[in-house]
Design a binder for this molecule. Structure first.
Ligand SMILES: NC(=O)c1ccc[n+]([C@@H]2O[C@H](COP(=O)([O-])OP(=O)(O)OC[C@H]3O[C@@H](n4cnc5c(N)ncnc54)[C@H](O)[C@@H]3O)[C@@H](O)[C@H]2O)c1
Length: 246
């Protein structure tokens, strides 16, 4: 189950997992986008179906996960990836920003992941094994003069992941985070809203020959969800072209 899979990194993970033979639930608050991703997977010969989910709402989370488990007959793994990125430009600095921006960021980007984890874990435990991968961000560790709520939420997500890894590792569950650096998603490119000067700035700040692509992140998530990733637990994987080295 990929949560927040209607576009960007989540859509790429859903495609990658399906290409590797998984049956995938493509879940998103934007059901039309999720349906379009699921249809493109089916057109490429994979198996996928869409579900509506709003990770800010506990009932919606539980209903979506129950529907996915029912359709799939169980659950092997979840990529919990959704974030509310609409308010990120209002996440300016601690003195300037509206408290509502802080609240909304934490409500979706960390509390939402808490709710998703509570919903998917019983299904994973029932099979005696399973993996959760969260999408964090290099912002959790970078130290930034802007986006304080986003960084706090992603740091919280890293802590939430370590709790899950340590509490349920002995019961066959692994939990890890992937922490992307700037990834130029197809939707960002199509929207044309990221100025060229900003793209040049990102590229100039890292020892790499190109910007990050959604597939760079999807490949790592798929590995963490695969049998080959079984002994990786409690880690934050930075995938950022070397922009942040730890
Ligand atoms: N693109 C980057 O540069 C970058 C860098 C670091 C981390 N990230 C993280 O990667 C993840 C994906 O980002 P992206 O760049 O692909 O963005 P995106 O906007 O393309 O994808 C986010 C998806 O989450 C969905 N979503 C938003 N709110 C939701 C909610 N309440 N319930 C369910 N779904 C919801 C959106 O509809 C969207 O499909 C996010 O967690 C983001 O913080 C992205």
């Amino acid at each position: 189950m990929v949560i927040g899979a209607g576009s960007g990194i989540g859509a790429a993970t859903a495609r990658q997992l399906a290409a590797e033979g998984a049956r995938v639930c493509v879940a998103d608050i934007n059901l039309a986008a999720a349906q379009s991703v699921a249809e493109s997977i089916a057109a490429a010969g994979g198996e996928a179906f869409a579900e509506f989910i709003d990770i800010a709402e506990e009932a919606a989370v539980n209903a979506a996960v129950a529907a996915a488990v029912e359709t799939l007959g169980g659950l092997d793994g979840a990529h919990i990836n959704a974030a509310d990125l609409r308010v990120i430009f209002e996440d300016t600095d601690l003195l300037a920003e509206d408290v509502a921006v802080f609240d909304r960021t934490l409500q979706v980007n960390v509390r939402g992941h808490f709710l998703c984890t509570r919903a998917v874990l019983p299904a994973l435990l029932q099979r005696g094994a399973g993996s959760i991968v969260y999408t964090s961000s290099g912002a959790a560790d970078a130290g930034d003069s802007s986006r304080p709520a986003y960084a706090v939420a992603k740091s919280g997500l890293n802590a939430l992941m370590r709790h899950v890894a340590s509490r349920w590792g002995r019961e066959g569950i692994t939990a890890n985070c992937v922490a992307p650096g700037f990834v130029y998603t197809p939707e960002m490119e199509a929207g044309g809203q990221v100025p060229q000067s900003m793209l040049d700035g990102f590229l100039g700040s890292m020892p790499a020959t190109r910007l990050g692509k959604v597939e760079d992140i999807a490949g790592v998530v798929a590995h963490l969800l695969s049998d080959q990733g079984r002994w990786i637990n409690g880690q934050v994987y930075n995938v950022n072209g070397g922009a942040l080295m730890r």
